[in-house]
Design a protein around this ligand. Structure first.
Ligand SMILES: Cc1ncc(COP(=O)(O)O)c(C=O)c1O
Length: 363
């Protein structure tokens, strides 16, 4: 029996153990075909069912209205930073696209978009090292704009929108990479949401894009075929060879989530997990939370100790205990516990116990 390891990595991140076991068990023989799922044609009827089932599970889990398409697209989340303005900026004659900058990926999103639209950063928390989510009032949302882009959960820091801005007729677009399916969200309030699969859904390199049908059909002529959401929707994500393995794993993770009782049920568990760690952090001066309490999310818990030396000792000893990948992002430093849907309560308890002991021994 290998030693128990809890993976707190930010992404690629841990997946549910039963899903990994199922993948292992059927890897060499998919559905009795005698070949692996990664060897089956993306046009085979067996794979088509995998794709349709994954889409249907997602639709049920999110209560997604019928007028939204679910796409699986290449290039992970960051590819969408460019694909979004290519597909949507031309909705507005001015090509004005609004962005809220609440972290490193939010900044990259508006930077990558600059080539394709008139990008306006309407608010930013960069001055305070992204320690909060600045409010967006309806006056800030120019009704001329093609869309407003937010990063609903900021992976490096752990902040999230605990309520969403009112945008009038301007479609709200959210990068949900590090929180998709972690809480109940009313998708009808969004024009489009997207997420890289590698945190709450499956392997890296592919993204899920959920887009309202009326937003399709505005891509500029230069848009590469594989970044054109309208083409992708028409071909049901099979314009070229899809990332069949990623879609298959995502389907299994979605089934697992249904077995957990769905998004509302996992949301409760996620709240309990984050609360356990934040209560500990708030109950002592030894650990210092990075994010203002009212802007905290449940997926990434970031905190500091009093010195980098102490943080290095913390990480080393945590690693020896099987608490893996707790190092904060290179641009933020400190400690970050990424506790996505698949992280069990036992992992949180193991971390909390270690934190208490570390404080006692090094306080
Ligand atoms: C919020 C957010 N957006 C975008 C990305 C980039 O994702 P990818 O590496 O799939 O391009 C990440 C990666 O961690 C992320 O956390």
């Amino acid at each position: 029996m290998s030693k128990q390891v809890y993976n707190f990595g930010a992404g690629p991140a841990m997946l549910p153990v039963p899903v990994m076991e199922q993948i292992r068990d059927e890897f060499l023989d998919f559905q009795g075909l005698g070949v692996s799922v990664i060897e089956v044609s993306h046009r085979a009827k067996q794979f088509e069912k995998v794709l349709l089932d994954a889409q249907e599970s997602f639709r049920q889990l999110t209560n997604l209205p019928d007028n939204y398409k679910i796409l699986f697209v290449h290039g992970g989340a960051r590819m969408q930073f460019a694909a979004l303005p290519m597909n949507l900026a031309a909705r507005s004659a001015t090509k004005k696209c609004l962005y809220a900058e609440t972290g490193n990926f939010a900044k990259l999103a508006n930077k990558d978009a600059k080539v394709y639209g008139d990008i306006r950063v309407i608010t930013s928390s960069a001055d305070s090292n992204y320690d909060h989510i600045p409010e967006i009032t309806s006056e800030m949302v120019d009704q001329d704009a093609a869309y407003l882009h937010i990063t609903s959960n900021n992976t490096l820091y752990g902040s999230r929108y605990n309520s969403f801005p009112e945008t009038g007729a301007v479609p709200l677009i959210a990068d949900q990479t590090s929180e998709i399916l972690s809480r109940v969200i009313d998708y009808s309030k969004f024009g489009c949401i997207y997420a890289g699969l590698q945190k709450n859904l499956g392997p890296a390199g592919t993204a899920i894009v959920v887009i309202r049908e009326d937003l399709l059909g505005h891509a500029v002529a230069e848009t590469p075929t594989l970044l054109n959401y309208e083409v992708c929707a028409k071909d049901n994500s099979l314009t070229n060879t899809a990332n069949t393995f990623a879609i298959y794993v995502t389907g299994l993770v979605l089934q697992w989530l249904q077995q957990q009782g769905g998004v509302a049920a996992i949301e409760k568990v996620n709240e309990q997990k984050a609360k356990t760690l934040y209560d500990l952090i708030d109950g002592t001066d030894y650990f210092r939370g990075v994010i203002k309490p009212e802007c905290r999310g449940t997926m990434n818990v970031s905190f500091n100790l009093s010195s980098e030396d102490l943080e290095a000792k913390f990480l080393k000893e945590a690693g020896e205990r099987g608490l893996y990948a707790l190092k904060g992002h290179r641009s933020v430093g400190g400690i970050r516990a990424s506790i996505y849907n698949a992280m069990p309560l036992a992992g949180i308890e193991a971390l909390a116990t270690f934190m208490r002991e570390f404080e006692q021994n090094n306080g």
